[in-house]
Write a protein that binds this ligand. Structure first.
Ligand code: NAG
Ligand code: NAG
Ligand code: NAG
Ligand code: NAG
Ligand code: NAG
Length: 442
């Protein structure tokens, strides 16, 4: 675990009560929020049912908010012709920059498979959908849908099998949900304008009311709103193992199996939607010329390669660093040091030829939601068309101060010096860092 996640973890325990609710009663843990009697808590708090008819759906939400946890729920979905219905089950914080971790079950015609839709929002940004079919009939019986959310990763499980792992990739510049407590929400509603086969199949109201059932909720989680203090020593007990949970080799194999056989949509490979994300194999070269007091410094002494699985290389005895990008991944590096004021020079030679769709980002940045940042971004172009050099300055988390330029030379033909003078705290380099999901390669 790196030091920043340790800090988050410790903070979690300092400011939070640690709640364990196993086999909890629905009436103690949840409020019914809408549906005019269509949501019911039955069997002495052990069963909750939602129903949907032409007039309304229904919904409930947790009384508590959670900041990290392992949360299990058993669901039995709308049976028969469930086309047009959506059973949403998710964690979410509030406001325009909310975080969210989603399970959504999209109904289908009898005999056609449900689609399990997953998404992760951070700071109000989603667009990280992955969808799956299931290897069983989710309407025939209850199955367990779990979310493990800790400072390092979010893992979605179905009956204990991991179907998705979303890693904390803040070091690559991708924000991660870790500051905003979330509530559990669930609802059954009509979405026949998009849910089934993209909206082609409509809800058959003759089948209504549609029902979904919930039981055996358990939450092993931090509850920040609680006044009692947390005992940080409890991190060592087995009941808190989710806080450091990661996928062992067997789980990795299971995840691969699901993603290979049951994944039906993955934003990471949606080249129609993210045309910028899938450029050709290209190489970018950087060379240090002067480095403030570290003039002519060695790359290996000044920088860490942060990602790219071997695509970033330090060569020539530390004098040259190259990044490369192919269909599978980009690559990146960051400075070992943080700087507060300085003059920082770097020579870069950019992706030559047809560099359309590629971005070479070179910037200074501090961390956190109110970070400061000073950006150079080189936006590639077709052969013969000019690069755009995009610049921006963020202060206290606010940017929107872009200026863009063309250059008076070909930045791919040779090294040119790009310098920044001011007060940043860290240099990062990032290429195509929008994908934080574990990449499964076959
Ligand atoms: C419904 O069934 C069709 C046909 O098998 C499938 O393509 C689709 O992914 C299923 N799910 C939804 C939500 O449309
Ligand atoms: C939903 O539950 C109601 C009440 O228990 C029942 O009358 C109805 O038939 C159920 N709907 C379906 C589609 O099974
Ligand atoms: C309820 O969940 C617990 C784990 O949270 C599990 O051990 C138990 O078997 C579940 N009960 C049922 C009836 O599935
Ligand atoms: C945690 O454990 C250490 C050593 O076992 C002990 O000194 C400390 O008081 C404990 N902290 C709490 C909050 O219980
Ligand atoms: C998991 O796999 C890695 C390499 O794939 C191996 O080095 C490691 O020993 C394995 N761990 C276990 C517990 O099998």
């Amino acid at each position: 675990m790196d030091s920043s996640s340790k800090l988050v973890l410790v903070m979690c325990f300092m400011i939070s009560a640690f709640g364990i609710a196993i086999g909890a009663k629905f009436d103690q843990e949840f409020d019914i929020t809408w549906g005019d009697g269509r949501a019911k808590i039955l069997n002495n708090g052990d069963l909750l049912t939602l129903s949907l008819d032409k007039i309304s759906g229904s919904a409930f939400q947790s009384k508590n908010e959670y900041l990290f946890g392992k949360i299990d729920m058993q669901l039995k979905l709308v049976s028969g012709n469930s086309a047009g219905t959506v059973t949403a089950y998710y964690l979410s914080s509030q406001g325009p920059t909310h975080d969210e971790i989603d399970f959504e079950f999209l109904g289908n015609l009898s005999g056609d498979p449900y689609t399990l839709h997953t998404n992760v929002f951070s700071q109000g940004k989603g667009n990280r959908e992955q969808q799956f079919h299931l290897w069983f009939d989710p309407t025939a019986d209850f199955h367990t849908y779990s979310i493990t959310w800790n400072p390092q990763r979010i893992i979605f499980y179905v009956d204990g099998t991991p179907i998705r792992e979303y890693k904390n990739s803040e070091s690559m510049g991708v924000s991660y949900p870790k500051n905003q407590p979330m509530r559990i929400y669930s609802s059954l509603w009509n979405a026949d304008d998009w849910a089934t086969r993209g909206g082609l199949v409509k809800t058959d109201w003759i089948q209504a009311p549609f029902n979904a059932s919930y039981r055996n909720f358990s939450a092993n989680a931090c509850i920040p709103s609680s006044s009692s203090s947390c005992n940080s020593n409890t991190t060592t007990s087995t009941s808190n193992s989710w806080l450091n949970e990661e996928l062992d080799n067997t789980s990795q194999e299971r995840l691969k199996w699901v993603q290979k056989n049951y994944m039906v949509y993955n934003y990471c490979t949606d080249s129609k939607r993210f045309p910028q994300g899938f450029p050709l194999v290209l190489v970018i070269c950087f060379m240090i010329s002067a480095f403030c007091i570290a003039i002519g410094a060695k790359f290996d002494q000044e920088f860490d390669i942060t990602w790219g699985d071997g695509r970033a290389k330090i060569l020539n005895n530390g004098d040259l660093l190259t990044l490369s990008l192919d269909k599978i991944s980009g690559s990146a590096f960051q400075s070992k040091n943080e700087y507060l004021f300085g003059k920082i020079d770097m020579q870069l030679k950019l992706v030559p030829g047809n560099s359309a769709g590629t971005v070479t980002a070179y910037y200074l940045s501090s961390q956190g939601p109110t970070h400061d940042e000073i950006d150079f971004e080189f936006l590639g172009n077709l052969s013969g068309d000019p690069y755009t050099l995009h610049t921006n300055v963020f202060s206290q988390g606010k940017g929107n101060r872009e200026q863009q330029f063309h250059l008076w030379f070909d930045p791919t033909a040779d090294f040119h010096t790009y310098s920044i003078t001011w007060n940043p705290q860290r240099i990062m380099q990032i290429l195509c860092g929008w994908n934080a999901d574990s990449r499964i390669q076959e």
